[in-house]
Design a protein around this ligand. Structure first.
Ligand SMILES: Cc1ncc(COP(=O)(O)O)c(C=O)c1O
Length: 472
C-alpha cells in the first residue's frame, strides 16, 4: 500500500473517531484495514469550487497543520502562503482557540438563536463593535461570508422599506467582485464564470472593475482610474436614486486576483452614495481583521461604509462564522418601524447565528488578534512581501503584479484561449514542491499568515520563482 493511500486511510479513520468525540489514542496502523477503500471515499465527496475530475486523479489531502505549515497525507510539509483561504492569518491550530472551543462544547453546545441569547454572543458582538470603525455598532451573526453578504443585501432592502421607500431596491456592485456563493451574492458577484451556469439571477448593475493596463505593476494603490467611480453617477441617472438601495464592493477585490482600487476611488463612491442617499456596503470578508495592515479595509482606505460584511478572520478560520455590522441609524430604523414590540423587526437569521462554539472561537481569536497586535505584524511584514512579489517582474508570462498589505497576485498570460490552465499548472508545481498558493482564474494569489517569518517568505518565493521559470 502506498504511503499516500495509507495517509488518506489514517486521516479518514482519525476524522471518524474525532467526530464521534472519542478523543482517545488510536493505533491507526493496526486498524486501517477496517476502513473502506480510499477510492470509494473520494467518489462520494463532491468538492466545492474544485475541478473534481482532476482532483480525484491526483488528490491533495491535507491532514494536519501547525503555525504556517500544512502536512499532507504523504507526510510532506507545505508552506501555506494563502492563510488557508485568506482566513487563518493568526496561525494554524492555535491552542487558545482549541481550548476555548473544547470548554464551550462541555458547557453549552447550542442555544436557540431566535428569541434567546447566550453570554458569548453578547460578548463577541461587543468585541466586534469595539474593533470595527466608529459608527458601525450593531452586530448580526451569520455562519459564513456568503451568508453575511446575503444578510447585508436583505438588510439594505428591508431598511428602505422600513423607512417607507420600498421602491429603493436595486443593488449595484462591481465587475470582478466576489461576494460569496449564495443567491444574492452570486447575483451581485462580478466574476462571470461564477454566474454563467445559473441563468437569470437577481437584477444587479455592475460598475466597471478597476484593472487598468496603465496601472500594471503598481506597488500598493494604483494611481489611475478614480473616474471609474463616476460610472455610479451614470447608473443613478439611468435608474434614479430613488430606486437604488445599496452599492456593495470589496475594499479590494480578493478572489478575482487582488485588484486594488485606485487612490481616491472608494472616497468617491462614498461621496456619491451620500449625495444620493444610497447605502454603501463593504464586503470585508477578506480585507477584514488585518489583511491590509490596518484592522479593516475601511480603516486602511479611511472610508466608513454603512454596512460591513465579515467572516474568515473572525474565528481565524477555525469554526465557520460571519457577521454583518451595521450603523446605528440602520438598526434604529428597524426598531422604530412602528410595529408592536413583540413583532420581529428583521425576519432573518440562521439556526446557527451566533453559535456558542463559534463565539468561543471568535472571542479567543479576537484575544489573539489584539494581544499579539497582528495588524501591526501584517503591516511590518508587508514591505518585505511587496519587495518579494514585485521581484518577480520580468519573469515570463507575468503580465501584472499587484499587492496590498499581506495580499498579492500575479496576472498570468493565458495559453491561447484558456486563461486558467497556466496558473493551475504553476500552483500544482508549487504544491509538489511544498508551497501552497491559490490559482484563481488567470491569476496566482498569495495571502500569507501574519505570523510568517521573512525567511519563510523568502523560501516560498524561491519555490514560486523556480516553478514559474519551468513553465512552457
Ligand atoms: C469578499 C468575499 N465575500 C464573501 C465570500 C464568501 O465567504 P464564504 O466562502 O465564507 O461563504 C468570500 C470568500 O472568499 C469573499 O472573499
Amino acid at each position: 500500500m502506498s504511503k499516500k493511500y495509507f495517509g488518506v486511510f489514517s486521516y479518514l479513520f482519525q476524522s471518524y473517531y474525532l467526530n464521534r468525540g472519542a478523543f482517545m489514542a488510536i493505533n491507526y496502523e493496526q486498524t486501517f484495514s477496517e476502513i473502506p477503500l480510499a477510492q470509494t471515499n473520494l467518489d462520494a465527496y463532491w468538492l466545492p469550487f474544485t475541478s473534481n475530475r482532476q482532483f480525484k486523479d491526483n488528490p491533495r489531502i491535507i491532514v494536519s497543520a501547525e503555525e504556517c505549515y500544512y502536512y499532507d497525507a504523504d507526510g510532506r510539509k507545505i508552506f501555506d502562503a494563502m492563510s488557508g483561504l485568506w482566513c487563518s492569518g493568526f496561525g494554524h491550530n492555535r491552542p487558545e482557540i482549541a481550548e476555548a472551543v473544547n470548554q464551550q462544547l462541555l458547557n453549552l453546545d447550542y442555544a436557540p438563536a431566535f428569541q434567546f441569547a447566550h453570554p458569548l454572543a453578547i460578548q463577541l458582538a461587543n468585541r466586534v463593535k469595539e474593533i470595527t470603525p466608529k459608527g458601525l455598532d450593531q452586530v448580526f451573526f451569520t455562519n459564513s461570508g456568503s451568508e453575511s453578504v446575503d444578510t447585508a443585501l436583505k438588510m439594505a432592502r428591508a431598511y428602505w422599506r422600513a423607512k417607507g421607500q420600498p421602491e429603493k431596491s436595486r443593488l449595484i456592485s462591481r465587475a470582478k467582485g466576489y461576494h460569496g456563493a449564495n443567491y444574492g451574492g452570486t447575483s451581485v458577484g462580478g466574476i462571470e464564470p461564477n454566474r454563467a451556469p445559473y441563468g437569470e439571477l437577481m437584477p444587479a448593475d455592475h460598475l466597471p472593475h478597476t484593472l487598468l493596463p496603465q496601472n500594471a505593476f503598481s506597488r500598493g494603490l494604483p494611481e489611475n482610474g478614480i473616474e471609474l467611480a463616476d460610472v455610479l453617477e451614470e447608473l443613478i441617472d439611468s435608474h434614479g436614486a430613488s430606486h437604488i438601495a445599496a452599492v456593495i464592493v470589496e475594499p479590494f477585490s480578493g478572489s478575482a486576483g487582488v485588484i486594488i482600487p485606485p487612490e481616491g476611488y472608494l472616497q468617491r463612491l462614498r461621496q456619491i452614495c451620500d449625495h444620493h442617499d444610497i447605502l454603501l456596503i463593504f464586503d470585508e470578508v477578506i480585507s477584514g481583521f488585518g489583511r491590509t495592515g490596518a484592522s479593516f479595509g475601511a480603516d486602511f482606505f479611511g472610508v466608513v461604509p454603512d454596512i460591513m460584511c465579515l467572516a474568515k478572520g473572525l474565528t481565524n478560520g477555525a469554526v465557520p462564522m460571519g457577521a454583518v455590522v451595521a450603523s446605528k441609524m440602520i438598526y434604529e430604523t428597524f426598531m422604530n418601524a412602528n410595529t408592536p414590540d413583540h413583532m420581529i423587526e428583521f425576519p432573518h437569521g440562521y439556526t446557527y447565528s451566533g453559535h456558542p462554539v463559534a463565539c468561543a472561537a471568535g472571542l479567543a481569536a479576537m484575544d489573539i488578534f489584539e494581544k499579539e497586535k497582528l495588524t501591526d505584524k501584517a503591516k511590518e511584514l508587508a514591505p518585505h512581501f511587496e519587495g518579494l512579489i514585485h521581484g518577480l517582474k520580468g519573469v515570463k508570462y507575468i503580465t501584472d503584479i499587484r499587492n496590498i498589505g499581506l495580499a498579492g497576485a500575479l496576472q498570468i498570460e493565458p495559453v491561447s484561449d484558456d486563461p486558467v490552465r497556466r496558473p493551475f499548472e504553476i500552483a500544482l508545481a508549487c504544491w509538489e514542491k511544498g508551497l501552497y498558493v491559490r490559482w484563481a482564474g488567470d491569476t496566482i494569489c498569495m495571502s500569507p499568515l501574519f505570523i510568517s517569518e521573512k525567511d519563510q517568505l523568502d523560501e516560498a518565493f524561491n519555490i514560486l520563482s523556480d516553478c514559474l521559470s519551468r513553465m512552457v
